[in-house]
Design a protein around this ligand. Structure first.
Ligand code: HEM
Length: 247
């Protein structure tokens, strides 16, 4: 078989139940036709972005479920679903590596075909950054305020590894993985277009560094600082050595 025959096979369109259920006909038509790619890397570029959008859609949908389970204080469901979110975030981060198999020159050719498109316009990303704060409000109302708890009490003065603590740690993990995407994405940019360049929106790409400092739940990070300072006291600043080295 020649290349064109394989291209035809890649479209599917056999009408079998698997294809009908998955709507694979439409799915496999969502990339540019093979003869319109500017180079051999463009299919990968489109697919990685499309897959990332699908994972973000599933993540946003799952987070809405989590939000509803928080109202019910159904901690078992919440932790299971946060496990799913964590895997989705891991995959999203890992998959960026695919784009590092693209040469800088081939990316420059693709970039010319992007119009004014930017990751900032990603529908999945936009919904997720709105959902982060929503989850915090629900957590605070139902797991903290309703029971007279605070972040300080569940982490330190009344620490018992309670449900509120468990859910708080799930939120911290979600926040950390979101930040990790930012770091990983920065590495990808360094590899493909470099940090010194102007972005498609005319901003220096190192402005993205503000994005990676984004924290959905600053209170969950600040409690670590407070505890270290409180527990350490003076001892935390200047310590005696544990060992007694020979003079
Ligand atoms: C070679 C590949 C990539 C390059 C060179 C690149 C480059 C950039 C640049 C320069 C920005 C800054 C915004 C701007 O002014 O345009 C940006 C933002 C962004 N990109 Fe990418 N990107 C790549 C791949 C991806 C992929 C695969 C995703 C997957 C979701 C993604 C998601 C985002 C998001 C969400 C933002 C907004 C970040 C924020 O506002 O904090 N990018 N990207």
């Amino acid at each position: 078989m020649d290349r064109q025959s394989f291209y035809k096979m890649m479209k599917g369109q056999t009408g079998l139940d698997y294809e009908v259920y998955l709507n694979s006909d439409a799915l496999l038509s969502l990339q540019k036709p093979f003869d319109e790619f500017c180079n051999k890397d463009e299919l990968q570029f489109q697919i990685v972005h499309q897959v990332e959008e699908l994972w973000m859609k599933l993540m946003a949908y799952t987070l809405l479920d989590i939000d509803e389970y928080m109202v019910e204080k159904n901690t078992n469901r919440i932790t299971t679903l946060f496990g799913r979110v964590d895997l989705l975030q891991s995959m999203m981060n890992e998959q960026l590596a695919l784009l590092e198999t693209m040469s800088p020159k081939e990316y420059q050719q693709i970039r010319l075909a992007l119009g004014n498109g930017s990751g900032q316009e990603s529908p999945g990303f936009r919904v997720l950054i709105r959902m982060g704060p929503l989850l915090w409000d629900t957590f605070k109302t139902h797991y903290l305020d309703a029971d007279g708890k605070t972040v300080e009490s569940i982490y330190d003065s009344e620490y018992s590894h309670c449900d509120a603590y468990k859910v708080a740690e799930c939120l911290a993990q979600f926040d950390a993985m979101f930040q990790r995407f930012g770091y990983r994405h920065m590495q990808l940019i360094a590899r493909s277009i470099g940090f010194g360049a102007q972005s498609l929106k005319g901003r220096a790409v190192d402005l993205l560094q503000a994005g990676i400092r984004r924290q959905f739940y600053p209170e969950l990070w600040a409690i670590r600082d407070t505890m270290t300072d409180t527990w350490g006291g003076e001892y935390g600043k200047v310590r005696d050595a544990l060992g007694k080295p020979d003079k």
